[in-house]
Design a protein. Structure first.
Length: 329
């Protein structure tokens, strides 16, 4: 009974989190480019928008439900149940799904079905060791940094998912009494938030949010088995594999035209227009102006060369007899 209630909480968490992500994506994708060089201005642009703020608060509510589910069930069960939220996300996004996105959603839902079949053999696991958890968090940070450096919507979404997963692993460790990981889990969630908001401006909703959601849920399934000694039944391993395949199919979706935010596209168009205008101005300049410009450039080059050239030695003048006598004396 307790396990079933935890699954219900996890599904409610998935619904709240995914709706919040879709609402935030809709707002962030319409804002001017967000940048880490002006963090306070970027945060002000987000938090002063009512719909974005509503999505953010609903997401926090989803996280509270997730913590409640985590207190009642093993980490791998909660995460794999939450991964089923990809089906909810496919219904919520306003975009028309591509073939690869539909395939990714179907595979992820198949993983959830296999998870349901494995619930009867679930075990609680153990608390894990602090060293193992620390190594896992460090490796997650390195992988996320690599994805963030690539800077596309898909890789930023993946980086956010890996960091959120690291935060979930840290949460499980803190709940087990390892309070030393509190700063690490807070940092992981904060950096994941940054990656996700930047990814919203560079990728499609299902690609960015889907990758973040799937990796947020899939990576802790492996962590629950490796770090916390949770049971690794064949059905649960197959569920994890299907979730990973679904993430790969979503990542295959190319972020082409129309995937970036209007602000980024407008900035790019403005730069292209300015460059095109400069080229047209040079091409349409009258021949006289071009000749004068070339002559001026040539004269400037000659003047610079003359200034750099050392002064030439003058003709040798023979000394007068008087000067020669003075010199001899």
């Amino acid at each position: 009974m307790k396990l079933a209630f935890a699954v219900v909480l996890a599904l409610g968490s998935a619904l709240a989190l995914n709706w919040g992500y879709v609402a935030q994506h809709g707002v962030a994708s319409g804002l001017p480019p967000l940048t880490l060089r002006r963090p306070f201005a970027s945060l002000r642009a987000l938090f002063t928008h009512r719909r974005w703020l509503a999505g953010f608060l609903v997401g926090i509510g989803g996280w509270v439900l997730y913590v409640g589910a985590l207190a009642l069930a093993p980490l791998s069960i909660v995460q794999a149940t939450s991964a089923g939220g990809i089906g909810i996300l496919a219904v919520l996004v306003p975009e028309r799904l591509t073939r690869w996105e539909r395939a990714g959603v179907a595979v992820a839902i198949g993983g959830l079905v296999l998870l349901g079949a494995s619930l009867g053999s679930a075990t609680g696991g153990n608390h894990g060791t602090a060293i193992a958890v620390g190594v896992w968090l460090g490796g997650s940070a390195a992988v996320a940094a690599f994805g963030a450096l690539l800077g596309t919507g898909a890789t930023l979404g993946a980086a956010a998912g890996v960091l959120y997963a690291a935060g979930d692993v840290g949460t499980k460790a803190v709940a087990a009494g390892h309070l030393v990981f509190i700063p690490a889990l807070l940092a992981a969630h904060g950096l994941a938030f940054v990656c996700l908001q930047l990814g919203f401006q560079r990728g499609r909703a299902l690609t960015t949010i889907g990758l973040a959601t799937l990796l947020t849920n899939a990576v802790p399934i492996a962590a629950g088995i490796v770090l916390f000694g949770e049971s690794a039944t064949p059905l649960r391993i197959a569920s994890f594999a299907l979730v990973v395949v679904g993430a790969a199919l979503l990542a295959r979706t190319q972020t082409g035209a129309g995937s970036a935010s209007p602000g980024i596209e407008a900035s790019s168009r403005g730069m292209r227009r300015r460059r095109g205008g400069m080229k047209r101005s040079m091409a349409s300049a009258p021949p006289t102006a071009k000749t004068q410009t070339a002559e001026a450039s040539g004269q400037s080059a000659k003047g610079a060369a003359a200034r750099m050239k050392p002064p030439a030695a003058g003709p040798t003048v023979p000394a007068s007899p008087h000067e020669s006598e003075c010199t001899a004396k």
